[in-house]
Design a protein around this ligand. Structure first.
Ligand code: DAK
Length: 257
């Protein structure tokens, strides 16, 4: 049983993971990161899980890496850091991941949110990379993913000053797809997850992979991947079912084949 997470299941195929270290504003210590990585691995292996929502509390999605734990690590400790493996597992999660962010998403917390495919933010959410204030810099993808999400100028400003931005600002910049009242953030994320969970799983998986390719490859390679994935889907039963259901004016029943 995880100690730092709560996990709930919703039909059809949605898993809600809530970070629960309220005493430290969900700071990401080794235990929390390991439990999160294990939960995502379980969700990935489970055919019944089609989408995952990740959230924190009203006050904090996550206030970054656990600074007290960081204080105990020297350079050797950092090179052999077990949190590296946990971050790798989170990075390789291949099902749809939606972050429902209220309150602080700082440092590793902002980086964790950026691992999600979609971010829904409450009006009071604050996104920031304050590592510079500790004499360090982002280490879990912050410099790379933030720049791709918000562009060079704003990423530079956020990383070099450490100052956070609010939810509306993050939405205008493209980091966040929707802003809600804080009490509806999780509900809205679950609604989107349920919608995605009803789609053909192979199409969702390949569409996600193709979209992520756009972030790290040139246009010609991305288009090649897209064409290949599109061709693969043309041979699936779910594609036949989707088209037949349209013609028969009914809701499709996808099986993942
Ligand atoms: N770590 C540990 N404890 C934290 C914490 C954190 N990041 N953030 C907050 N807390 C604790 C506070 O110490 C306090 O504990 P008590 O004093 O009550 O025992 C409690 O949570 C409530 O916090 P505050 O009293 O400070 O609450 P406020 O509302 O006044 O302020 C705040 C909220 C979020 C503005 C403030 O707590 C704050 O500035 N927190 C630190 C934010 C921060 O600097 N985050 C970046 C950390 S560096 C890596 C990958 C990534 C990283 C590292 C390694 N590898 C791949 C190896 C990432 C690094 C970072 O994220």
């Amino acid at each position: 049983m995880p100690q730092t997470l709560a996990v709930e299941f919703f039909a059809p195929g949605v898993r809600l993971i809530t970070l629960q270290r309220p005493q430290a504003l969900n700071a990401l210590n080794t235990q929390l990161l390991s439990e999160l990585a294990a939960e995502l691995a379980d969700a990935q292996a489970d055919d019944g899980t089609r989408a995952v929502v990740l959230t924190g509390s009203r006050k904090a999605f996550a206030a970054g890496a656990d600074i007290n734990e960081m204080a105990e690590r020297n350079l050797v400790g950092i090179l052999n850091d077990p949190r590296q493996a946990a971050w790798q597992a989170i990075t390789h999660f291949n099902k749809p991941l939606i972050a429902a962010v209220n309150g602080f998403a700082l440092g590793g917390g902002c980086e964790l949110a950026m691992h999600a495919d979609i971010i829904i933010a409450g009006e009071d959410a604050r996104f920031g990379q304050p590592e510079i204030n500790l004499g360090i810099m982002p280490g879990a993808g912050g410099t790379q993913r933030l720049l791709r999400a918000v562009g060079k100028s704003m990423a530079m400003q956020m990383v070099l000053t450490g100052e956070p931005i609010g939810a509306r600002h993050a939405q205008r910049a493209g980091l966040v797809s929707e802003v809600t009242q804080p009490e509806f953030t999780v509900e809205r994320a679950l609604h989107i997850a349920r919608n995605i969970a009803g789609k053909a799983p192979l199409a969702v998986r390949l569409a996600k992979e193709a979209l992520l390719k756009a972030m790290d490859t040139d246009l010609a390679s991305g288009l090649r991947f897209e064409r290949h994935a599109f061709t693969v889907l043309a041979g699936t039963r779910d594609r036949d079912e989707g088209i037949r259901a349209f013609q028969e004016k009914r809701t499709p029943t996808f099986t993942g084949q």
